[in-house]
Write a protein that binds this ligand. Sequence first.
Ligand code: GLN
Length: 359
Amino acid sequence: MLITINGVKRMYKNYVFFGLSCSNITIRFLLVLSLGVLSFTSAATQIDGDKMQQVVNEAYAKFKDVKEGANANYIPILDTVPSDLFGVVIVTKEGKVYSAGDVGYRFSIQSVSKPFTAALIMAQQGPEAVREKIGVEPTGMVFNSKVAVELYEARSVNPMVNAGAIAAVSLVKADNEKQRWELINNNIQGFAGEKLPVLEEVYKSEYETAWGNRGIANNLYNYGRLYADPEEALRVYTRQCSIGVNTLNLGVMGATLANGGVNPLTEKRMLPAAHVPELLAIMATAGFYDESGEWMFNAGLPSKTGVGGGVVSVVPGKFAIAAFSPRLNEAGNSVRAMRAIRHISGELGVGLYGPNPEL
Ligand code: GLN
């Protein structure tokens, strides 16, 4: 990929130079040269399937024995998920799948659902609605921060943290709670390309203990930054977080964004292509909460994590990398999933800002 990226840059320069150049012979010579670079480049922009499978296997093998971190336990049932589960997958924008480990195990999507509901608002009401009524600034604070709600005038601040995600649920245009839920659920299923269950035990466990999120919802409502009844928004948000997905589903959801908003399996458009960059920008700056800077520094990919242990990263225009493992670090991000994705990003040299091999 290093060659590819250099190749693309060189190709671009050739065209510019070519436009300015003088004699016929020079032009012909440069034309041949440009075509050579062009064909070389187009061959090199494709990472072949064997290589993808190889890095997925490598990432799985390299991190499967890592025991750092702990399951989330503030939602009591998440503490009972077997901690050693680990799955890694790449899904390309053409829908090709390369996987290793427990990629079929179903876990709760949690915050990985957040960008997809933000996408629903963008599709329904345009990206300006997200910017104006929620916000797009990273908070630099923990995902369930109440301080951020007080500190920033945008209150909900961005749709990747709890406050912004509860606001997003409330912003979905719906006549009643049932319709709100159906729109959100159908949208997430559309991104995954299949029917997904709600893990009722997870819903119950989280809703019964959701005092913090209830506080956030009520406070937002008080500030005029919540757009439905707070308890309704809290219920639908908690249900959204309880949707059961496997690592493969997360891969397809990410691949839909990598494919400009069209699900590669169903070919259904889930988000206008023009809004994909705006969504990816929010994922890049806030998808890892207060660890987003560190993540972009290392892996360089717009991503979203969840306390269920899932992470999805998008290589725009190419593919998605998803991983799952329940043990989380202090910021609430899956330790093994992060390491696996960071490794793959480095090995394939696909960080947004340039090739980013691990040192
Ligand atoms: N449902 C979880 C919560 O509201 C989601 C948090 C997360 O995945 N970071 O706390």
